[in-house]
Design a protein around this ligand. Sequence first.
Ligand SMILES: Cc1cc2nc3c(=O)[nH]c(=O)nc-3n(C[C@H](O)[C@H](O)[C@H](O)COP(=O)(O)O)c2cc1C
Length: 165
Amino acid sequence: MNEVLRAIKERRSVRVFRPDPVEPEKLEAILEAARWAPSGRNSQPWRLVVVESKEKREELGRVVTQMDMVRTAPVTIAVLRDKDAGYDEVKDIQAIGACAQNILLAAHSLGLGACWLGRVRDPQVEKIIGAKENEELMMLIVIGYPRERPAPKERKPLEEIVRRI
Ligand SMILES: Cc1cc2nc3c(=O)[nH]c(=O)nc-3n(C[C@H](O)[C@H](O)[C@H](O)COP(=O)(O)O)c2cc1C
């Protein structure tokens, strides 16, 4: 199996982190991976807010359900949709999903762990991260060095999800 396929298969959602910081060059590489995601008409409708300050992490931790994750992860990336940059809501959201997956895979490939948090799409969270008028929060991605090695979650067998015609 090549490295890309191995990373896709071995990536897990990591929800418990060590306090060690994420090196700036690793964070840069993750952001660069996000930038190279595909998007319809190459519209690149994603906007990323990198949350590293203790103050902002604490603030986020007070309003999101999985507060400990946001408080303890040294980095959180808020992924926003720029409603002015896109051209079709569904396709823009699909592109942002691809951007998020790039972030997760890049983090994993660098020895970091990450988790996509969807239950955070709330005006309070948007306010804390400074979302602009034309931006909508899609997800938070928490990133840090893993303190756990989660077991793989089950996947449906190919026969259940694939039809060949
Ligand atoms: C759209 C989406 C929303 C998610 N929201 C959350 C969330 O709010 N909290 C959480 O702990 N995990 C969340 N996850 C992570 C999933 O629970 C996880 O990907 C799934 O259980 C499979 O586990 P794995 O990523 O380790 O393979 C989300 C994933 C996706 C793609």
